[in-house]
Design a protein around this ligand. Structure first.
Ligand code: PGA
Ligand code: ZN
Length: 428
């Protein structure tokens, strides 16, 4: 028995930021060392993601997690008792083996990711170090450049606009603390601008403003105006960042931009985005084309990959093999890393490392359904991802993560290195 030997594993049902049930796992090592983590949940999911196990039926809209909780308590718990929580690889391999399916549908991605993350927390607690430090190993911690939503749309705002996230990246900030301060000013200015135009209508799922606008492009313009109104220079201080989430727009092989009354083929989408790149200070575009439009992703990356970060989310689903495949073909130049898309921390980290090996940008990301769990803040720092995407600058499930990075930056003091603009795979 070492200090990191697992004594017990248990799960409970808790609730996420959309009021939906989710899984919390708790791992005990000995008497009083505990690690705890909660699974997040997506709304615009890629088809290749690990599947959450949900109960189905009428109660809770079919989203119940009784089966996932039982999977932890009845299958995972007995198998993990006695293993070493500090051996993340072996533990995650055990979880994968116990599940036995390619999409984690037997035990549930939600059950598995909660346990995998809880083990890391428990091991860190046993060592008496913060999670980021436990994850870091050798090397210097890296404070991530944040990507922060100003407007939310797509599947997170009843398709009020087609674009899912219109965000800012404070590329000119000197520290994480300054990056958040600048973003707070821009978020305030955006809200004030909407209110002045009679368009302020609350917030979408991740805390960005509900986009009561007349076209997709209007949110790009509004964001630039907000950056200027807050006293900053668009592009130099804060750049725009978009998540098109284009898989959601594709039907019958074409892209449907409802708000603009347009139906575009892959080339049309590419031309539209190249036009936006010419006219707006955009530093990053995620899922510019659908997960099954690899030819489009390759063509767009050939056209724009030298001047903008192109992130694969639905297309890569935090999978190392997919990252290697995409890198070999020149589709994308950055990977979004969502632990619950992969299912285990080890698999998520492998996807991130594959991205780094390709010279790509790497972004640790939250989901649209989140909780007070702050694991991803530590992953971003400890894995030296360079970038962190959490949603907007409102709602405590988002602020909990931003505030956790602030604490880490403060604790590091002069040793804190802020990734800043250098985190982008494109230098300009
Ligand atoms: P999701 O969306 O968490 O709803 O899947 C987030 C994203 O597309 O990045
Ligand atoms: Zn996305």
């Amino acid at each position: 028995m070492s200090a990191t030997t697992i004594a017990s594993v248990r799960a409970r049902r808790v609730w996420d930021s959309r009021g939906r049930p989710t899984v919390e796992a708790e791992i005990r090592l000995g008497e009083d060392t505990v690690g705890r983590a909660i699974a997040p949940a997506g709304a615009s999911t890629g088809s290749g993601e690990a599947l959450d196990l949900r109960d189905g039926g009428r109660a809770l809209g079919g989203l119940g997690v009784a089966r996932a909780v039982a999977a932890v308590n009845e299958v995972i718990a007995p198998a993990l008792a006695g293993l070493d929580a500090a051996e993340q690889h072996a533990l995650d391999a055990k979880l994968v083996e116990l599940d036995g399916t390619p999409d984690k549908s037997r035990l549930g991605g939600n059950a598995i990711v909660a346990v995998s993350m809880a083990a890391a927390h428990a091991a860190a607690a046993a060592r008496g170090v913060p999670l980021w430090k436990h994850l870091l190993g050798d090397g210097e911690p890296l404070i991530p450049l944040p990507e922060i939503q100003i407007f939310g749309g797509g599947a997170h705002a009843a398709t009020r606009i087609d674009l899912q996230d219109v965000m800012v990246m404070p590329v000119g900030a000197a520290s994480f603390s300054q990056a958040l301060e600048w973003t707070a000013e821009v978020y305030r200015a955006a809200g004030a601008g909407l209110a002045a135009n009679g368009k302020l209508q609350g917030v979408a799922d991740e805390g960005g403003y509900w986009p009561a606008v007349d076209s997709n492009e209007e949110v790009l313009a509004e964001t630039v105006v907000a950056i200027e109104a807050a006293g900053f220079k668009p592009g130099r201080d804060l750049a725009l960042s978009l998540d098109i989430a284009a898989t959601q727009l594709r039907r019958d092989g074409r892209y449907h931009l409802q708000r603009d009354g347009k139906v575009l083929d892959s080339d049309g989408m590419i031309r539209l985005m190249l036009d936006w790149l010419d006219r707006y200070p955009i530093a990053s575009i995620e899922d510019p084309l659908a997960e099954d439009d690899e030819a489009g992703l390759i063509a767009f990356t050939r056209e724009a990959g030298k001047r903008v970060q192109i992130i694969g989310d639905d297309y890569l689903v935090t999978n190392a093999d997919r990252v290697k495949h995409a890198a070999a073909r020149g589709a994308c130049n950055a990977v979004l890393v969502k632990p619950n898309q992969a299912g285990t921390l080890s698999e998520a980290k492998a996807a991130l490392e594959a991205g780094k090996a390709a010279g790509w940008g790497t972004i640790v990301s939250a989901r649209s359904g989140e909780t007070e769990d702050v694991t991803i803040a530590h992953l971003a720092v400890g894995w030296r991802a360079g970038q962190l995407k959490v949603g907007s600058f409102a709602r405590s499930e988002r602020m909990a993560k931003w505030n956790e990075v602030l604490r880490i930056e403060e604790a590091l003091g002069r040793a804190a290195r802020f990734a800043g603009r250098g985190a982008l795979p494109v230098k300009r």
